[in-house]
Design a protein around this ligand. Structure first.
Ligand code: HEC
Length: 444
């Protein structure tokens, strides 16, 4: 197993980029002919309700609404093209590598894509409007999903987004005045104004002076993106916010043809004072700062490593690169003889790959509960990032630039935010045993 995994993973990335264009082959068309044409009311609307309408409705960030037959009809060709290319909904995980089940996964199955394709190719029939289930209620957009927060931190001034401007990424630092360390039960970031222009808002914790735990001097706190706002830590687990921490809001703004003010807030729910969580949750950037991307070069690879001092349960993977980012994989190099290294031939377990990275979409991929990786102490997390600094990358502002690590979006980065629960040795063994016994039961 171990020797086969590495080359295969490389293969998979190249392969999945290739197959994108060849979906919907004559074989699929033949199959389609044999089955009745799907209708909007019965077959297509449920897909749009689950995976598209959170963004594609009046007042949201999608450029058009897709909440009714009348609205979707003129976009049918574009919808067909975007779902076949797996560009919509935004979800760029390579579904053939490593862990394939996630929480709140909006992506479409092959069958759902096939349904949309056959609906469009079959002349976009409406079906019986009475068969369409009611759309979800999106009225709770402005409400807190975590319940009433104990503390709300808001940006002091609105950001004004001009009617026409390139996408902007703005940083605003706020001191919430926390005078003591507190354990976080839940956190949520959301716009209060200008929903349509706020693509993403990422809040990071900036540690008090001198206690910065990472090279970046800050840690991801929470991220707002439509359809997944809140972060509620699993029961008994919590994240620590140190007294004196500041909050940085990083807001991705997108002009929509009219001037619009935007603002963002973050809400915290704390455990009672004096509470001690069983598990500590944390987010670590597995970072490679040695970034050297020559001009006009594709597939520039950089590797980053992070050694786990304690066992962990991995909750999520979130790649972070900038405009030249192309693909990223994370794998776990398990400790074999106590000295984890590739040379020693330790088992290497692929966890996830994002094969079509898009800087405009910061997506945290949260693993489904029963497949969250359980990793022993001594495991090395290995992140491989690939950048494309050629004109073939449509997001590349200038392929003639030599690009290195930096905060500006014209610089680049190559790290992954990995969210864990730290486990004790006993808890690790127990959780592993429980999972193994469940797997054996399922096989019987
Ligand atoms: C998280 C928000 C979000 C979700 C979910 C989403 N979209 Fe989009 N969609 C956007 C945004 C923003 C754009 C415009 C920018 C871009 O293309 O990235 C867009 C663009 C599009 C376009 C291109 C429109 C044009 O101007 O040509 C189509 C077609 C589309 N989406 C269809 C869909 C379909 C179908 C789904 C569900 C299967 C979906 N989208 C899910 C946000 C979303």
């Amino acid at each position: 197993m171990k020797s086969a995994l590495r080359p295969r993973r490389w293969h998979v990335i190249g392969f999945s980029l290739l197959v994108m264009g060849t979906f919907g082959t004559p074989a699929a068309a033949q199959q389609a002919a044999a089955r009745p044409t799907p209708t909007f009311s019965t077959d297509v609307a449920p897909i749009l309700q689950r995976s598209c309408m959170s963004c594609h409705r009046q007042g949201s960030i999608g450029p058009m609404a897709l909440t009714s037959y009348e609205e979707a009809r003129p976009w049918a060709r574009a919808v067909r093209q975007k779902v076949m290319a797996r560009e919509m909904p935004p979800w760029y995980i390579d579904r053939r590598v490593g862990i394939t089940r996630f929480k709140d996964d909006p992506s479409l199955t092959d069958e759902e894509i096939d349904t949309i394709v056959r609906w469009v190719d079959g002349g976009v029939p409406r079906g019986n409007p009475a068969d369409m289930k009611p759309n979800p209620n999106f009225a709770d957009q402005g409400l807190w999903h975590i319940g009433k927060p104990d503390v709300v931190v808001t940006m002091p001034k609105d950001l004004i987004v001009a009617a026409a401007a390139p996408d902007q990424w703005r940083d605003v630092m706020v001191d919430p005045g926390l005078t003591e360390d507190r354990w976080l039960m839940a956190v949520e970031t959301k716009p209060t104004k200008g929903w349509r222009v706020v693509h993403h808002a990422v809040t990071t914790l900036v540690a008090p002076d001198g206690t910065s735990a990472t090279d970046l001097g800050s840690r991801l706190l929470n991220e707002y993106a439509l359809g997944k706002n809140e972060d509620v830590f699993p029961e008994g687990s919590a994240r620590l916010i140190k007294a004196g921490s500041k909050i940085n809001f990083n807001v991705h703004l997108h002009s929509i043809g009219e001037e619009m003010p935007a603002n963002v807030e973050v809400g915290f729910k704390f455990y009672p004072k004096g509470y001690q969580p069983k598990y500590v949750a944390d987010i670590i950037p597995v970072a490679g700062s040695e970034l050297d991307i020559p001009p006009n070069t594709d597939n520039v690879r950089v590797d980053s490593y992070f050694r786990l001092k304690t066992p962990v349960r991995v909750l999520s993977f979130q790649p972070h690169m900038h405009n030249r980012g192309k693909a990223m994989c994370v794998e776990a190099i398990l400790p074999g003889d106590g000295v984890p290294s590739i040379e020693h031939g330790d088992p290497i377990v692929p966890l996830s790959c994002v094969d079509r990275y898009q800087f405009a979409w910061h997506i945290a991929y949260h693993y489904a509960e029963d497949v969250q990786p359980l990793l022993p102490a001594g495991t090395v997390l290995h992140i491989t990032a690939w950048h494309n600094n050629t004109a073939s990358n449509k997001f590349n502002p200038d392929p003639n630039q030599h690009v290195t690590f930096g905060q500006r979006t014209v610089d680049d980065m190559s790290f992954a935010w990995m969210k864990f629960l730290y486990l004790s040795e006993d808890d690790y063994k127990q959780q592993l045993a429980e999972r193994k016994s469940r797997q054996t039961q399922n096989q019987q």
